[in-house]
Design a protein around this ligand. Structure first.
Ligand code: ASP
Length: 336
């Protein structure tokens, strides 16, 4: 924030103008004006501030003439390797039995290809295993023991099924059976290469202390990730149950296909889901999106969802606008 030109942000303000509408930003945090939600490819966008080093790795790969898939995989591996990240990779929070079960998905715009793994234990890089499912099998998704057997067969790097720190926290949880309120996150990373093609991937340890075998939205094509080379891509983070029931990222991409700016597509998806869901805005879901024209955006049900944007000209964390209950529109049908 400190070295950012003042005009880039509406700081301390309660409102921001998004897509021509006045959007409340209750946290009063910086929101990038709509006109600046654009960059010249290669462009990489990922969820949360912890995505920024992943973006930068992906850019490095692209600038060294690596492929879009290489960039997605290398970028996400950075977050998966972060021993301090409790929601991605083997340092993540385990399931109710004390075992970390990882979900990941990768998609290539060219060829409209996808690969994913779910409930994978004991392997450091689920994103790489997901890519191998896409490239080395006729399938899209492998889960649990089958995914682990496949990963072992292809020699992927193994690791402990839970870190010592998370094991200690799990034991405490087991005694108290008390859930932390927010104990999950995902790295979803979507990008456009200099030649215009779109790729994406996501990876997570999912909902902390989940039931063994639970899959979230992340390995589900159109749930936690969707890439359409004609239109753009979207990624999700938040409570997967509230994303996968609505094909959240597919919806974001379809709104972009209808002409919405990525930011408006994320906002409209949030409104649509919040209108339909009995929980309204209490859903804890967030989206990021890019389109083929180099535009990007994000939105969440809460205030203050942050995402990372990287291109040759800059690499920064951006705050998405909040959506208020007043902005939800009437129940039943399109608000417009
Ligand atoms: N969507 C992930 C899941 O439900 C978690 C998150 O992104 O917060 O597994």
């Amino acid at each position: 924030m400190s070295n950012m030109p003042r005009r880039h942000f509406l700081t301390g303000a309660a409102t921001a103008l998004v897509g021509g509408r006045l959007i409340q930003n209750a946290a009063g945090s910086p929101v990038l004006p709509m006109a600046e939600l654009t960059a010249k490819a290669p462009l990489i966008v990922s969820t949360w501030p912890f995505g920024k080093p992943s973006n930068e790795k992906a850019l490095e790969v692209l600038q060294a003439k690596g492929s879009g898939l290489d960039a997605v995989e290398a970028g996400i591996r950075v977050t998966e390797s972060d021993a301090g990240n409790p929601s991605v990779g083997l340092a993540g929070i385990p399931n109710a039995e004390g075992v970390v079960q990882l979900d990941a998905c990768i998609m290539s715009g060219p060829g409209h290809r996808a690969g994913s793994v779910g409930a994978l234990s004991g392997f450091r890089h689920p994103i790489s295993v997901a890519r191998a499912v896409m490239e080395k099998t006729k399938h899209v998704m492998l889960v649990a023991d089958g995914a682990a057997a496949f990963a072992a067969l292809h020699g992927f790097e193994t690791g402990p099924k839970v870190s010592p720190g998370q094991h200690a926290a799990w034991k405490k949880w087991k005694e108290q059976q008390k859930r932390a309120e927010k104990n999950h996150d995902t790295i979803a990373l979507i990008l456009q290469t200099a030649s215009g093609d779109i790729f994406g991937g996501c990876s997570t340890s999912g909902w902390g202390y989940k039931l063994p075998g639970r899959l979230g939205d992340s390995p589900i094509v159109g749930g936690g990730l969707y890439v359409d080379n004609e239109v753009g891509a979207a990624g999700a983070t938040g409570l997967g149950e509230n994303v996968m029931r609505y094909c959240g990222t597919f919806l974001v991409v379809e709104f972009m296909r209808q002409g919405l700016h990525p930011q408006d597509a994320c906002l409209e998806t949030i409104r649509r889901i919040a209108r339909l869901d009995p929980k309204g805005f209490d859903l804890s879901i967030n989206f990021i999106a890019i389109d083929r024209n180099g535009r990007f955006g994000g939105a969440g049900t809460g205030t203050g969802f942050e995402y990372s944007v990287t291109c040759p000209a800059f690499s920064r964390v951006v705050q998405s606008p909040g959506v208020t209950t007043a902005d939800i529109g009437p129940v039943g049908g399109n608000r417009k």
